[in-house]
Design a protein around this ligand. Sequence first.
Ligand code: BEZ
Ligand code: FE
Length: 290
Amino acid sequence: MNVKHAETSVAATLTEQVLERLETTPDPRVKYIMQSLVAHLHDFVRKVNLSEEEWAQGIDFLTRTGQMCNERRQEFILLSDTLGISMLVDAINHQRGGAATENTVFGPFHVEGSPQLPYGADIRFGVEGELTFVHGKVLSADGQPVAHAQMEVWQVRPDRLYDVQDAQAPHMQLRATFHTREDGSYAFWTVKPVSYPIPADGPVGDMLNACGRHPWRPAHIHFRIRADGYQTLVTHLFAAGDAWLQSDAVFGVKDSLIVAFNPGTAIHPDTHETAALEVEYDFVLAPQMS
Ligand code: BEZ
Ligand code: FE
């Protein structure tokens, strides 16, 4: 057999050999996932006719992605987000339909244990920007108020950084935990969110560059809402009119989550300033599946 023939026959049988080797996997779900992964990866390598140099580049890319991860930075989640995997996993796992508010990406900037604040509190903690009053209700799918729901909110500062990206920042800024009142209502004071680039100084940034893609996310406020008997809702409210709504770097925008920041009329209870902007939005929780 000449060398060319030997290579061809290895390539032809290798996938079967690896799949066969995985037959001993005791857990059926792990076996299914591993065999499917190998089959797809081998198909991919064949389809693009991967060169040795490209293979080495891929290994280097994944190595750098791992090395970039620490307790403040999760480059693998960023990779998943920018390839649309995070939104796909979310879509498969949260097919709510009906009136329920849609999910979107969690993102890497949530912090556990944000300050517990009362209805109508101010989350600016020294941050300057366009004063904005956000309010509404948390409801069930049949329109009933959900009392005592836990609502966590977090957002980027007007300098386009989250507090956790700034080592000099006070402990927490533009993040808090609220609980809805008996009538399901919530309210807080903040600044108008701004668009910002996702961290692009690592391998994911290199990938975006190589693909001629930008790193921008349209302005948004993050929410995580949890209540007994309901599915946890992880979502954002996006600012209508933002230039990046059509090309979010992480594919997180859904039309139902785009809201108007209208001129405000509410008066701040402590500073007596009038809100520059006001947002009203009711969140609808889907019932827990039994
Ligand atoms: C965010 O909105 O905080 C975010 C989401 C995905 C990737 C990077 C940032
Ligand atoms: Fe964000």
